[in-house]
Design a binder for this molecule. Structure first.
Ligand code: FEO
Ligand code: CA
Ligand code: CA
Length: 641
């Protein structure tokens, strides 16, 4: 068995290990590349309201923030380093649900030492909570939540040290992931899951899915179990979320590659070999992080080489119909999908913005062929449309490049399956790991978290700039201007003609995170809206509230040392898009990522996800750490979003 401790290994580091690119020789050998900010500063100056901040002085220390009155209804929370959740004075938090809590009264009870047995593990709330959305109808509120991945060390008997030894173990891990639909209600004792609600449902790694769009039925999607290439089992690594205007949930398949492996050296044609390389599907004989392939041949690429082509999509789920088959929409492309943020264009088309969270990959936009008509047939709206990829220019403008057969040299189905290659074919801009995208409900603009990229601008042994998986050098560029980007930034774009379907846009950086107390000037100090009081790193989750405030969640280094001194645990902050001001609102327990945010129907409760705490949160000393969703309310029960 492998000696690799996957619990200590990020998905990116895992890919790097399996697909090594030349090593950096050392920080002192990294070339200090000149970064011309003149271009996008110029663009920012012409950008509008937010440009007051950026245009007055992009870099920290060169200007004060605009002096408009604060829109925040709370005082900034200080950074925290302990094992629990904190919120500002005047607010209170409570636990709604923890991994392993029952959705049905016949589910097994959670054991604080052993967790949940396999039998019934598909009847409890899943692990590693991530993206979520709340839906409401006639007084009923449904919370739909992703369970991104599992921590095998705390899901399997301790003596196995996180290694599955049977199909039963694999089944347990599969059951803890996917999506949970659950009814929630607020009573005198606060919010609770409505156990046995007819809406409660677990969708996991074996749940039947339908496949539609250009890749459906293609030879590359056919398997022995599904010779039609239109039906698959399971949705994988459900990271961020999205919703549609017609009230369905979108779950986004991110690091799907990690579930596949091989029991023997696979004999692959060039299409499969190139695809696995670009998407990080391992062809080495190794148990990997989960070792599904050791016990379930569906995940063994030497036996089922097309199975990985059936993952990596946006999946639509109808939360109100527990019998509805989720649909994988291949029209929206295949990559490591972070989330899916929709907008409606003036012409009625549905626009979906999406990021591919990998170093040096791209940002995408999809525009539906048909228009959305409230109350009309929406069943095929996400099946036909045009995928685009983002090209950022140094002058503060950008273009959404259409991924067409003419421009990519690929067939429509190939663009849907090997979307990354299509982006490379049209020379899309390499980004610093696009995470969540959020669309401002009050102004026609979008925001994307570019979480970090430690290899941007770094050199390999031969003195060449390191590349993405396509072999493109990750040279600093205007929206990703920093070498060895440890802190991350948020890029913002404003579509031309106030039309999210437009093919051109203006852009600027809403914020570059940084540490102005460690780096007193230069790019690592961050932008002017970062100060000693509100520092953070690695922006990841992001949602707008209905008033147009931008809520930012982090998944970064919480050592609180060195470059990260003074930032504390991962956190959630609120940003004002107009003034640029950013203020810390919530901190998570140490070791955790704060990810997933939605609101109750009455907007008096926020639901916030706490993923993979290291501390024994929330049950206390001696108990297993449990990913949880917490509620946050104001003491006076006023609106919180
Ligand atoms: Fe699952 Fe990129 O976060
Ligand atoms: Ca994320
Ligand atoms: Ca992340």
């Amino acid at each position: 068995m492998s000696q690799i401790d996957y619990d200590e290994l990020s998905f990116d580091d895992e890919d790097e290990m399996k697909f090594p690119r030349p090593e950096v020789q050392g920080f002192d050998q990294v070339v200090e590349r000149a970064v011309s900010r003149r271009g996008f500063l110029g663009g920012a100056l012409a950008f509008g309201s937010g440009a007051a901040v950026m245009g007055a002085g992009l870099l920290n220390g060169t200007s004060a923030l605009a002096t408009q009155a604060s829109r925040f209804a709370f005082d900034q929370l200080a950074p925290q380093t302990d094992g629990t959740v904190h919120v500002p004075a005047g607010y209170a938090w409570d636990v709604l649900v923890r991994w392993g809590d029952p959705l049905f009264s016949d589910a097994p009870a959670f054991d604080s030492d052993a967790g949940v047995p396999t039998e019934g593990s598909d009847r409890v709330f899943g692990e590693n909570t991530d993206g979520m959305e709340l839906f409401h109808q006639r007084g009923t509120e449904l919370l739909v939540v992703n369970s991104e991945y599992v921590n095998p060390k705390i899901n399997l008997p301790a003596e196995q040290e996180g290694k599955p030894v049977s199909l039963d173990d694999v089944t347990r891990l599969q059951n803890f992931q996917g999506v949970t639909v659950m009814e929630v209600a607020e009573g005198d004792a606060g919010w609770e899951v409505v156990v046995d609600s007819p809406y409660n449902r677990r969708i996991h790694h074996r749940t039947p899915m339908a496949i539609d769009g250009p890749a459906a039925g293609h030879d590359l999607l056919k398997t022995a179990a599904d010779p039609t290439g239109t039906q698959s089992l399971g949705t994988f690594n459900n990271c961020g979320s999205g919703r549609t205007p017609w009230g369905t949930y979108l779950t986004c398949e991110e690091n799907f590659n990690g579930y596949f492996g091989t029991s023997e050296e696979p004999a692959l044609d060039a299409v499969h070999a190139d695809g696995f390389k670009r998407y990080g599907v391992s062809t080495k004989v190794d148990p990997g992080r989960y070792n599904y392939h050791g016990f379930d041949p569906r995940f063994d690429i030497s036996q089922n080489p097309n199975e990985p082509h059936r993952a990596g999509y946006i999946v639509e789920i109808d939360p109100w119909n527990p019998d509805a088959t989720p649909v994988k929409h291949t029209a929206l492309g295949r990559f490591k999908h972070e989330n899916a943020a929709y907008a409606l264009a003036p012409g009625g088309q549905v626009v979906v913005y999406m990021g591919d969270d990998e170093r040096g990959e791209y940002m995408y936009k999809w525009v539906s062929r048909d228009v959305y008509v409230p109350g009309g047939d929406t069943s095929t709206l996400l099946s036909e449309g045009q995928l685009h990829v983002a090209k950022f220019n140094d002058d503060g403008t950008g273009t959404w490049l259409a991924l067409t057969p003419e421009d990519t040299g690929m067939a429509e189905a190939e663009i849907a399956i090997f979307t990354r290659m299509a982006g490379t074919a049209v020379s899309a801009t390499t980004m610093d790991r696009p995470e969540w995208i959020a669309v401002n409900p009050t102004v026609v603009e979008g925001y994307c978290c570019l979480t970090n990229n430690s290899r941007r601008g770094a050199l390999d042994d031969d003195g060449n700039v390191r590349t993405n998986a396509a072999g493109e050098p990750m040279i600093p560029n205007a929206p990703n201007p920093r070498e060895i980007n440890r802190y991350g930034q948020i890029v913002r774009w404003r579509p031309h003609n106030d039309d999210h379907a437009a093919s051109t846009f203006d852009w600027d950086l809403y914020v570059m995170a940084g540490n102005p107390t460690v780096h007193t000037d230069g790019l690592y100090a961050g932008t002017a809206n970062i100060n000693a009081g509100n520092m953070f790193n690695s922006p990841d989750g992001m949602q707008f509230d209905s008033s147009g405030l931008l809520w930012i969640q982090t998944d970064g280094d919480d050592d609180n040392e060195g470059d990260f001194l003074g930032m504390g645990n991962n956190q959630m902050l609120a940003g004002d898009p107009v003034t640029g001001e950013i203020r810390r609102f919530l901190t998570g327990p140490n070791g955790s990522e704060v990810t997933g945010l939605t609101w109750s129907a009455d907007r008096r409760t926020m639901f916030v996800g706490i993923q993979h705490p290291a501390a024994p949160f929330p049950d206390g000393e001696g108990a297993l750490p449990r990913s949880s969703i917490v509620t946050v309310k104001r003491a006076d029960n006023a609106l919180v979003g």
